[in-house]
Write a protein that binds this ligand. Structure first.
Ligand SMILES: [Zn+2]
Length: 478
């Protein structure tokens, strides 16, 4: 048998180069036929037929393939499924919105969780999710627990944010982060903007724990350009891989300086990356430390704030009311950034696309439902502000590569190649666009008729199916 293969294999290879069939044709579980396959890793950009067996890509061919199910992708782009490194909505309602925006892997790496094993168990035990999911172990959450913050939500509303930690408390946080990493956390999350009581020395101690575990540190940082510089310096001292979340909102009117300083650190050899979402408004919990100075604001500033639960714009009086009720985790959308800032963040070669999305009971930010389609429709097609392949690289290969050192399985995501996970997003480049608004964040994106996760069709003719192939993205458990 060995001998027979040794003769036949090169013959078949030669015949296949000549595009002549050799042996019985394989029938794939799913074939995505006639689509324009775009793979940012190899640079492939051409019409191909993709054959899927089980959860993996088994063939990419210029000739038609036979499949049990054949999806005709004529006129459509076939891209690797989008990998979102910043997604707070880690439940079915959010997954169902983001998957129609092309996301196949959603990771909560900024805030993360204080309790990694139960976080995964809750989702694994549900028998699969619509998309793949993963989490960081979070300094914010560890701090809330160790200092005894009153909030039960994602962010502190009291001492967990503003309090100073003792040496013993810092050591306790370190051991919580170490435990989370041992349980397979994908990264370590930080929000120094939400924990003004945490000194940079405390942050640097936590960076060192991340570095020990080979994990990247994903941080919502504070204090503008000076804060960026001190964060980069702390990361350099700790030798940790640093990821600055939402440079568009953290940079705000200093966006250009932010990007310059990140580039300067990279040029010196430091591992610093960043991300952006394509909206001029942010969103956060109204009781968080970001608004601790609200009493000093001019009256005119309150109107930039829109309560997520009702859609109403706030005044000094209604802001105060909502903030008092913030213990129940009222969220607020903050308007005000210019379109020029948003565009500059999206087109920068330094940024990945990440949604920072969240939706619950039908209320949330449109970035949950439209970040990726808005980049593809508005910035790529309408404004021609960046090439399609560059946009796809920001959505697929770059975020997958960010996590690969700690999560080797990410080397199979963000690419279209034989052996890669069959996570695919199929969209019409002529019509893809976001439709969600600040008033209704649940309107799904248009122009993304098919999404495949782990070889199973989860969006079929624009509708979410009953398939739940999404699996945990997790670092090896120690
Ligand atoms: Zn966030």
């Amino acid at each position: 048998m060995t001998r027979r293969w040794s003769i036949l294999t090169p013959v078949c290879a030669a015949l296949s180069l000549l595009q002549i069939a050799c042996g019985p044709a394989t029938t794939y579980d799913v074939v995505v036929a006639n689509g324009r396959v775009m793979d940012p890793e190899s640079g492939v950009d051409g019409v191909r037929h993709v054959g899927i067996t089980g959860a993996s890509i088994a063939a990419i061919s210029e000739r038609p393939l036979r499949g049990t199910r054949v999806i005709d992708a004529s006129g459509h782009v076939v891209a690797p499924g989008f990998v979102d490194l910043h997604e707070h909505g880690q439940q079915e309602e959010s997954y169902a919105m983001m998957v129609r925006d092309g996301v196949t892997s959603a990771l909560e790496l900024e805030v993360g969780t204080g309790d990694v094993a139960p976080w995964y168990a809750a989702r694994d035990n549900a028998g699969g999710q619509i998309v793949n999911y993963g989490v960081s172990v979070g300094h914010i959450q560890a701090r809330m627990k160790v200092l005894g913050d009153p909030s039960k939500g994602l962010l502190p509303t009291g001492i967990g944010g503003s309090g100073a930690a003792t040496e013993a408390q810092i050591a306790e946080m370190e051991s919580m982060l170490r435990k989370g990493l041992a349980e397979g956390a994908v990264a370590v999350g930080f929000g120094s903007a939400y924990t003004p009581g945490a000194t940079m020395a405390e942050i640097e101690r936590m960076f060192r724990v991340a570095a020990e575990g080979g994990a990247s540190a994903h941080i919502h940082m504070r204090n503008n350009v000076a804060g960026l510089d001190s964060t980069i310096a702390a990361a350099a001292a700790a030798k940790v891989k640093l990821h600055i979340v939402h440079v568009n909102s953290s940079g705000d009117t200093n966006l250009v300086a932010f990007l310059d300083h990140i580039k300067a650190a990279r040029d010196k050899g430091q591992d610093v990356t960043t991300e952006a979402y394509p909206y001029g408004a942010g969103m956060t919990e109204i009781a968080s430390a970001l608004f601790d100075d609200w009493k000093t604001w001019p009256d005119s500033r309150f109107g930039q704030h829109q309560l997520v639960s009702t859609g109403e714009r706030l005044t000094r009086r209604t802001f105060e009311q909502a903030r008092k009720q913030g213990i129940t985790n009222a969220t607020v959308i903050i308007h005000g950034r210019s379109e020029e800032q948003t565009r500059a963040a999206i087109v920068s070669p330094l940024t990945m696309i990440a949604s920072d999305g969240f939706i619950e009971n039908g209320r949330g930010h449109p970035r949950t439902s439209g970040s990726y389609s808005k980049v593809l429709g508005k910035y790529v097609r309408e404004e021609k502000a960046l090439p399609l392949m560059d946009a796809l690289r920001k959505m697929t290969l770059l975020p997958a590569q960010r996590l690969e050192a700690r999560v080797p399985a990410m080397a199979k995501k963000g690419r279209i190649k034989v052996g890669a996970d069959a996570d695919l997003t199929i969209f019409d480049p002529a019509t893809v666009i976001d439709r969600a608004t600040y008033e209704d964040a649940t309107i799904p994106a248009a122009g993304i008729p098919y999404v495949i996760v782990g070889g199973q069709v989860v969006v079929d003719s624009g509708k979410v199916t009953t398939a739940r192939p999404g699996r945990a993205i997790r670092a090896p458990v120690q």
